[in-house]
Every structure is written in C-alpha cells, then in structure tokens.
Design a protein around this ligand. Sequence first.
Ligand SMILES: C[S@@+](CC[C@H](N)C(=O)[O-])C[C@H]1O[C@@H](n2cnc3c(N)ncnc32)[C@H](O)[C@@H]1O
Length: 263
Amino acid sequence: MEGSFTGGDVYQKHFLSRDYLATYYSFEDGPSPETEMIKFNLECLHKTFGPGGLRGNTLIDIGSGPTIYQVLAACEAFADITLSDFTDRNREELEKWLRKEPGAHDWTSVLKFACELEGNSGGWQEKAEKLRARVKRVLKCDANLSNPLAPVVLPPADCVLTLLAMECACCSLDAYRAALRNLASLLKPGGHLVTTVTLNISSYMVGKFKFSCVSMRKEEVEQAVLDAGFDIQRLLHSPHNYSTTNAPNNGMCFIVARKRSGP
Ligand SMILES: C[S@@+](CC[C@H](N)C(=O)[O-])C[C@H]1O[C@@H](n2cnc3c(N)ncnc32)[C@H](O)[C@@H]1O
C-alpha cells in the first residue's frame, strides 16, 4: 500500500473539489451508493447531535474536504465550529459556500433532508444561515502532524469530527492509529470523537484520478480508537460504500467515542 499511497502533494495537485462534489454529493440524482452514504451519515449525525445528544461549545472537523453536510446536525449543538482540510482548493470551496459566492455548490437538497430529520422541513434556509454564523474559521490541516492544525493552536475542543477522511490521509494502519492519537490531542478529556470510516477499500476515484485508502477491517478501526484513548459509545454499520471503489468492500462504520480522562 505504501508504494501507491496518494499523499498530501497528490491531493493538493489532483483532488478536484468540483469533480468530488459532482460524483459524491449530487444528492438529487436518485438512488445510488453515494446517496445512501449521505443519508446514513446524516441519520447517524442527527442521532448523535440531535435532542439528548452531544452538546458543547467547540467542534473541530478534520479533513472537511469541500463539504458541509457533516456539520448540519452539529451546528445546532456547538456555537464555535472549525472546518479544516489539507488542500487549498477544498478550503476555497468551503469559503465560497460560506460567503454565498456565485458558483458555490448547491447543498439545498442535503439541507432539506437534514431539516426533515429534525422535524423542521421548512427550516433549511435558516439552518444554512446558522451554520454560516457558527463556522468561525477554515484552517489548513494535516492529520499526520502531532498538532493537525499547526501552526494554529486551538484550545482543547469539546468534539472532533472526521468523516471519510482519515483512511485517505494515512498510508498504513500504523499511520491511522497515530492520526487518531493526533486527533485525540485536540480534545478536552471527556470530549468526543465522531467519525465515519470506509472499510476494506484501497482506493476511490475523483474525476480521472485514483486516490488511495488504507484498507481496514471494522475490528482494526475499533481497536485503533480504543488504543488512542477513547471509550466507544456508539458503533453503527452501513453496507454502502463509494460506487467508484474496487469491489468487494464492507461498507463503512460510524463511531462515537469519548476521550478517557486518565491513561
Ligand atoms: C474522501 S475526502 C472526504 C471529505 C469530506 N470529509 C467528506 O465527508 O466528503 C478525503 C479528504 O481528506 C483530505 N486529506 C487528505 N490528506 C489529508 C491529511 N494528511 N490530513 C487531513 N486531511 C487530508 C483530502 O483533502 C480530502 O478532502
């Protein structure tokens, strides 16, 4: 796997945000593995951040890519949200949406679905505004650094979110385990890690470019989360995975884990 690892330089050069959004986030295009993936993640996030769920002040999303769907539930529960990604293009795409610039991705159908889950199907425009107000910064990140947001140092957060990103950022299971420890360092004791990880795939496509993933079994992901100092509170599995990947695969898992206070 190491040989074909697509590291940060490849992402910076070839990960075309618009191609990624067109392939994976054209929610209205009818049933597809991608639509099922979005629905699964939005449902899991609603269960996690909805009524009776996690609350706090600060949330950091690592490896946001050019997407905002992952913070639609959390923006009701956290007032200070940080988005972050390795590539300039993805951060520019996020800024474009935040500033309502022409050509920004249209998230309307995803916003509507998230609001339906909250029993407020008419409230999607207000939710978009709330999210825009609650995203306080968009930062460069590298999950492989001991401080993934370096040179910026943020106060320890209440929640770290990372969806579909760590398996892309890491060249091996060992690197994934180290990245989780890096993410844990961004959290207060008792803070929560919320993550979705694709299972048993080694690549996915963005436009004509192939990107590597570290192929992991569910048990390996679980063990890595425990060994990074967390207790797992929720683990949900979906059979769905990217349509552009090398089949067969084992879907993906969604995990909520609490950082232990002691060793
Ligand atoms: C498959 S995309 C996921 C994007 C988004 N989180 C989502 O759910 O659609 C993988 C993301 O990981 C980011 N990435 C790649 N290397 C990284 C690294 N070393 N640290 C943090 N993010 C990285 C890429 O730029 C890309 O945006």
